[in-house]
Design a protein around this ligand. Sequence first.
Ligand code: FES
Length: 540
Amino acid sequence: MTSIELLGHSGLAVRHAGKLLLCDPWMSRQGAYNASWFQYPEYKGDLEALTSPDVVYISHEHLDHYDPEFLGRVPRSVPVLTGRVHKKRLVSRLRRLGFQTIVELDNFEAFEVAPGFVVKIATPTFKCPPHWFDSCALLELGDHKVLNLNDCNLALPVADLRAEGIDVLLAQATPAIWYPLVYTTYDEARKKELAAVRRESAISSFVTSAKALQPRLAIPFAGPPCFFDPELARFFFGPDSMFPSPSVAAARLAAETEIAGMVLKPGDVLVIGERGAPDEFRLEPCEAYADFDYERDRTAYYELHRAEKERVVAEVLAAVPPAAPGLFERFRRHFLPFLKGHPYFVEHIGMRLLFRITGEHGGNWIVDFRPQTQSAPGAPVAKPELVYPDDGEPCQYEFEMTSALLDQVMRDELSWEDAFLSLRFKAHRDPDRYNQHLFTLFKMSDSRALHAIQKAETADREHDTFVLETGGKCYEVQRFCPHGGSDLSEADVEGGQIVCPGHHWRFSLSDGVCTNAAGRIRIRELPADDTVKVRAAAKA
Ligand code: FES
């Protein structure tokens, strides 16, 4: 029998040919990100029965996908698959847990779990700049193909994937991001508007993925997270929560497409039968959630589990050690290699960051990413220290967090993104503009990955263009999105703008400027007689 059981959030148990593959089993009862995120709703099945899989696949290092506590119960001889990306933090974590066979798969390289049961992994680095470390898995289960797109959006070779002929698509339908919730740049009303945009973007990303990949069945999953910390609970409630549920995304899919949708609750099993049979895709519902509704039951679920989970939150937070003495020195040593070893990033970040670190051994500290200027050749630079106590001069970005949380990042217990995803920090920016290179640096924090990104961004990609015909005109357009490398030849054009299928950055057809983020693409309108030439070049 072939079946896919939802283990909650983005966890899947895939059974085929007598083998069990676990995908992103985030099962910890302590949640993730210092007990900030919890599964919604929690898996009620037999966890013990899941601890002897044949293979495990981890899509990326975020803690709602990579759960060291659950993996600690899995025999270390079980092969763990992941995509080959430049950042090696996930692989080194798996090694530290003691796994003996960690398989980093190149794009579409096959791993055979059993005859007729094949896993192929794709990462957004395929043909694109290596700004990401997510991956997705194409599962070949007999004559069925299932794409576990996960958090990848469409920063992927869409045409290649579509050509595979996808039977079942599982894709994220809720954002995993801290913006704008933690930003003090906005008042509550503005924050609500911006959160609504993120919510909408997540729903439409799911629908866009389905439209682009044309599966026979599309299943939204991977969220929303539930926040039991009383300080964060407000982010979970209300019909306008930034984190929509699978049922909202499935309803949108039904309204906009003919593609069949399905909503799974934890413990529900999709049984895949014979191709073309009336019950080819059959849902076996889990009794525990037979009457559960993701949207209707948010409050009831929260109240039912509140006391128990608030206790867990308190225990986890109490177990985080206070910052040790010498935090500033560790902070300085953390940033100096990036400031000194990556002038390309320094130039593109180009601003001063202020960190307000509260609690023991904290302080107000500057990280100075301005290029070092000299008043005359040989003269000393203005701020040679690069990381120094606040001097009261203006900063363009501010972060506020506790010294204990910062020290977890300094010890590499949490990555910067783990700390940000905990939502237990505040941020402020002025000017109010996303700084892509700053967040790429936070995301990667890895010299090798940063060098790869620099190389990709500065490579001569003049040839990476395509011809777009729209509104009776022809344009030569940069092929890959500057945000994360999605293929813009797959983009829709709406209202005179190219809408990136990755995360919906919108680029004006007239000058290539991004209208909803800081970015730009190369674009030029072609005189009629140029069109044929460019087409020929693109073909060559
Ligand atoms: S890849 Fe993110 S908006 Fe284009």
